[in-house]
Write a protein that binds this ligand. Structure first.
Ligand SMILES: *Cc1c(COP(=O)(O)O)cnc(C)c1O
Length: 367
């Protein structure tokens, strides 16, 4: 089986984890701070606050915006469920608006149409490794005094006109096992706003500024030093990891080019894609439908997968929720029926890539 994602650690992770174990400082030691500093250097943000997972990162980012019941946060229904769960956990109302076909991300025009006097924040999700169209989103936010929270769980280091994901307001990241950088479970919030970073640090540690001086009602959102030690070496070699993903994506696109039944993903002008997923579309007129193609690929030992088969607005937990408002999401609905992700991770061999290309071509009716 060629898996859709693959986790491999090196000597550097082993050595650093051992260093933490031997030091005895497994929590609130120096390694978390080292991870945060390295993250800032690598992705050009001023502040990074590591937390225990990507969902917590979203929740904490929303908590420091002081949202109140009735406040609205605009995002997309075509995302991992954590995005919307975090909005609901913050007490606000989630407004799900449509995406663009070109990048699978929040459509700034649809978001503009969804703004009401209650809108407080806009939360694009940089899906699959490519950022949303940030210029019009930032413009919309400044016109209406909205906060920008970027769900960057899948897009560490992706850029938009030279600015990395998480550099436009508050950015949230996940270090879950399948993400481009992993600590098993882990997360991080980035921002260039020193005051917000300070509040996040206090919130993360039980609302405590100094020992037993509680400033706000906080929580335990902390990452451990063991986890930070797993993540740090991956930051050091992240450029190589992304370059390998990029090379794999380009091999796949060359191999699948010209197949009538498949649309390959595009890196849009002004953006760099970090290829968390390589996601093709199987349009309706194709000789084989999407679900059948996935099933046949899996039979052939290729870990094809669908992210995501249904819109969040198609689950009763959200469609029947009085704190979820669903706009016209017809583009997202069509896209959810057509997408399919193929393995693109850095541990694919040349034979793996050929096998993926040959199998897709065989099934879709190409060479
Ligand atoms: C993975 C993911 C999250 C949640 O991260 P966890 O670390 O699993 O909590 C949030 N949003 C998106 C888009 C994700 O892909």
């Amino acid at each position: 089986m060629i898996p859709i994602s693959s986790v491999r650690f090196g000597r550097e992770e082993e050595d650093l984890v051992l260093e933490v174990l031997r030091s005895g400082s497994v929590a609130q030691g120096p390694m978390v701070q080292r991870l945060e500093q390295r993250f800032c250097e690598l992705f050009g943000v001023d502040h990074a606050v590591a937390v225990n997972n990507g969902t917590t990162a979203l929740i904490a980012a929303l908590q420091v915006l002081d949202l109140e019941p009735g406040d609205e946060v605009i995002t997309t229904p075509f995302t991992f469920v954590a995005t919307v769960n975090a909005i609901l956990a913050s007490g606000a109302t989630a407004v799900l608006s449509d995406i663009r076909e070109e990048d699978f991300n929040l459509d700034p025009d649809a978001a503009r149409a969804a703004v009401t006097p209650s809108t407080r924040a806009i939360m694009p999700v940089h899906l699959y490794g490519q950022m949303a169209d940030m210029d019009p989103i930032v413009e919309l936010a400044s016109a209406h005094g909205l906060r920008v929270v970027e769900d960057s769980a899948q897009s560490h280091g992706a850029t938009y006109r030279g600015v990395a994901a998480g550099g436009f307001g508050l950015g949230t990241f996940s270090f879950y096992a399948t993400k481009n950088i992993t600590t098993g479970e882990g997360g991080l919030i980035s921002t260039n706003d020193a005051a917000l970073a300070d509040r996040l640090r206090v919130l993360r540690n039980q609302g405590m500024r100094e020992k037993y001086v509680y400033e706000v009602a906080g929580n335990n959102y902390r990452l451990t030093d063991l986890q930070a030690a797993i993540g740090l070496p991956q930051l050091d070699r992240y450029d190589d990891l992304v370059n390998t993903r990029r090379r794999n994506a380009s091999t796949l696109s060359d191999g699948l080019a010209g197949l009538a039944g498949i649309e390959v993903p595009r890196e849009l002008p002004g953006r760099t894609h970090v290829w968390h997923q390589y996601t093709v579309r199987v349009p309706e007129h194709s000789v084989i439908n999407r679900d059948e193609l996935v099933a046949r690929l899996v039979e052939k030992g290729i870990g094809a997968a669908v992210y995501y088969p249904r819109l969040l607005s198609d689950y009763g937990a959200y469609s029947d929720n009085p704190r979820v408002r669903v706009e016209d999401v017809s583009v997202a609905r069509r896209v959810a029926g057509e997408v399919l992700s193929l393995p693109v991770h850095p541990h694919l061999s040349d034979e793996d890539l050929s096998q993926i290309i040959d199998s897709v071509c065989g099934l879709v009716g190409g060479s």
